[in-house]
Design a protein around this ligand. Structure first.
Ligand code: GCB
Length: 651
């Protein structure tokens, strides 16, 4: 068993800090603490889509200069939500161009009067290009959806006379071009016998609806003027001791004192230091285990950081608490190891998609999905095909659900998408993903792309660069991308740590011929393994089933066909499962919306749950399988308890 990858990553370690700094600043999740306050701006915003021909009327008329309602009719728009499904105007559903959001806020007096306070505006995500004005002043721009961005707006709010009322205007453009991520193309339809003048369509090369808008929370938060800007934690295990390596970045002042304490789940201090960079050693540490793998899952410590500094206006202090899971991740030729033990991914692919909220963050949906994951016995998911909200990863940390964290590198289907501008943007997006998610123990691998055209030479070079950059940013985790290429043609597979394969036997090929699946799956696994000797994850497989459609013998689109296809895949997976196949992720957890097309019936129906989260027959099949695998692979085996097959797996 050759433990090859970690050794190579360690050599890249020093680059970590250089790259992290290239981003200029951290992106710690905003939390309340004795020194920090937060004010969520969720709720109703004013909204206006710019339907003008060139979509630029908002800029020409400077809608940010005065209240949006004075520019023309506005709609009420809930934040967070996607704007697409909210209105009754069909033009909004697949609108392409600039939309405008606006909201007024009243600030607490202390925020505007106490000059030792820093006020930050943070946007959880805006898909896809955003420009932000505060009281009409251009404040911030950001490219790319699904990731947070923020600006220090203290100098706009602390201007002497009380401007306690703030007007925040955000213009968002959802257009996808060859250099955005995901990429897309705009096609002008010039035949005036068929289309009006100037008519265009947005072409996309991925299979989900391009929901847009303010889909995650917008908030204001404070820190002191000397503040903890970022924390990076990596962990290791040495005999029975847990090692927590940390680095703390402080901004605003070079003279400060630090107190760093690691607390266990009972709030007992188990280690402490007073320097910005160091190691905390925890003898007899409780490790973070994926749930179902160990009798003591997902143990979290808290890293409490307390900073004190003198400023010209007097003393300030800052507090930040980071949850820390002590665990190791490693990859061998045939295994994926967590805490030195073989881990088998039995999980799902998801989308952040449901009903009229589109991709808008929603607590009831989040909790329901986690309850369903546990009902199913799923121990992992991939964030197909973009980074999910931070609250999702926090739940994974707490519940011990393992995550393959994927960036929005989806739809890289055309040769022109592998250009230098895109490459730099893609690397920058990986910097933002790693900066945001690096401290989550649940995240065990980065995925830089889904189904790129990796048979192209240009794609091989491009992906090699993105993968190397990601490894330099985070030497502690394996990196992959998800391939649908043939093993002989794929130009980027040599650079990944784990081979992730999507295949749709008896669905997109040889449809109806379920009897071919086992043979084709065996060929797929054997060819890839022979060529690369790397562990393999079946990162997608599945079939569409329209809930309530039944037919026996099974026909495509019925619940029976979906179940039978899964059964055949499972037989094939079981042949290799104990050898070098280290995971299976069903496509998909739930039905989800797509663009309209003759191939889709109100979206993609490969969910084992409906979009309303009700089970299809396949969900019960998968549930039985996942709990069976969990009961077989639990560590230590002596504490294995048979679960699931009764009605209540958690009692
Ligand atoms: C895939 C894609 C996924 C699609 C799925 C399908 O290979 O990665 O985004 O939704 O197939 O159902 O076609």
């Amino acid at each position: 068993m050759a433990l090859r990858t970690l050794v190579a990553w360690a050599a890249l370690g020093p680059l970590l800090w250089g790259c992290a700094l290239a981003l200029q600043g951290g992106m710690l999740y905003p939390q309340e603490s004795p020194s920090r306050e937060r004010k969520e701006l969720d709720g109703l915003w004013s909204f206006r889509a710019d339907f003008s021909d060139n979509r630029r009327r908002g800029f020409e008329e400077q809608w940010y200069r005065r209240p949006l309602r004075e520019s023309g009719p506005t709609l009420d728009m809930p934040v967070p939500s996607s704007f697409n499904d909210i209105g009754q105007d069909w033009r909004l559903w697949d609108f392409v161009g600039w939309v405008w959001y606006e909201r007024e806020v009243i600030l607490p007096e202390r925020w505007t009067q106490d000059l030792r306070t820093r006020v930050v505006l943070r946007i959880g995500s805006a898909h896809s290009y955003a420009i932000v004005w505060v009281n009409g002043v251009h404040t911030l721009e950001h490219e790319g959806g699904y990731l947070p961005f923020e600006a220090d707006i203290s100098n706009l709010v602390q201007v002497g006379a009380l401007p306690s009322r703030l007007r925040i205007t955000i213009a968002i453009n959802n257009t996808l071009t060859p250099t955005t991520l995901p990429p897309g193309t705009i096609q002008y339809m010039n035949d005036t016998s068929k289309y009006p003048k100037g008519y265009f369509v947005q072409n996309i090369y991925f299979d989900f609806f391009n929901y847009a808008g303010l889909q995650r929370s917008v908030l204001l938060y404070t820190t002191p003027t000397t503040y903890i800007d970022d924390i990076t934690v990596t962990t290791d295990v040495e005999q029975d001791s847990g090692l927590v390596n940390y680095q703390i970045f402080v901004k605003g002042n070079n003279l400060f004192e630090l107190e760093v304490r690691l607390l266990d789940a009972e709030n007992k201090v188990v280690a402490n230091r007073t320097v910005t960079q160091g190691q905390l050693k925890v003898p007899g540490a409780s490790l973070w285990w994926p749930y179902l793998m160990h009798e003591r899952p997902a143990y979290l410590y808290s890293l409490e950081v307390r900073l004190t500094a003198q400023t010209s206006l007097g003393p300030v202090s800052d507090f930040y608490t980071l949850p820390v899971g002590i665990r190791t991740v490693a990859v061998t030729e045939s295994q994926f190891l967590i805490n030195g033990k073989p881990f088998y991914f039995h999980g799902v692919n998801k989308h952040e998609d449901a009903d009229i909220r589109g991709k808008g963050f929603d607590w009831p949906l989040l909790v329901k999905d986690f309850n369903l994951l546990r009902w199913l016995g799923a121990n992992a998911f991939r964030t197909s095909h973009y980074p999910y909200a931070e609250e999702v990863l926090q739940m994974c940390d707490r519940h011990g659900i393992v995550v393959i964290d994927e960036c929005p590198g989806v739809g890289l289907a055309l040769p022109q998408f592998f250009n230098n501008v895109s490459l730099h943007h893609h690397m920058r997006v990986m910097e933002e993903v790693v900066r945001r998610d690096k401290n989550h123990p649940a995240v065990v691998m980065w995925s830089v792309a889904n189904e790129p055209a990796s048979h192209l030479e240009s794609a091989g070079h491009y992906l090699k660069m993105v993968i190397a950059h990601t490894k330099a940013l985070d030497p502690s985790r394996p990196v992959t991308f998800v391939s649908k290429s043939n093993y002989t043609a794929d130009k980027a597979a040599p650079y990944v740590d784990v081979i992730c394969l999507n295949s749709y036997y008896s669905w997109y090929y040889d449809f109806g011929h379920l009897e071919l699946i086992q043979r084709q799956l065996a060929t797929q696994f054997e060819n890839w393994y022979k060529k690369y000797q790397k562990p393999i994850i079946q990162s997608e497989y599945g079939a569409e089933a329209i809930a309530g459609f039944h037919q026996d013998p099974p026909l495509m689109f019925t619940e029976e066909y979906q179940k039978s296809l899964l059964e055949q895949y499972h037989l094939g997976l079981d042949q290799k499962r104990r050898k070098y196949v280290v995971g299976e992720l069903i496509w998909n957890f739930a039905d989800f919306m797509t663009e309209q097309s003759p191939l889709r019936v109100l979206g993609n129906k490969k969910g084992i749950f409906t979009r309303q989260r009700q089970p299809k027959g396949a969900a019960f099949l998968l549930r039985e399988r996942y709990w069976k695998i969990a009961n077989e692979t639990r560590y230590p085996h002596s504490v294995a308890k048979s679960q699931c097959l009764g009605n209540s797996p958690f009692t």
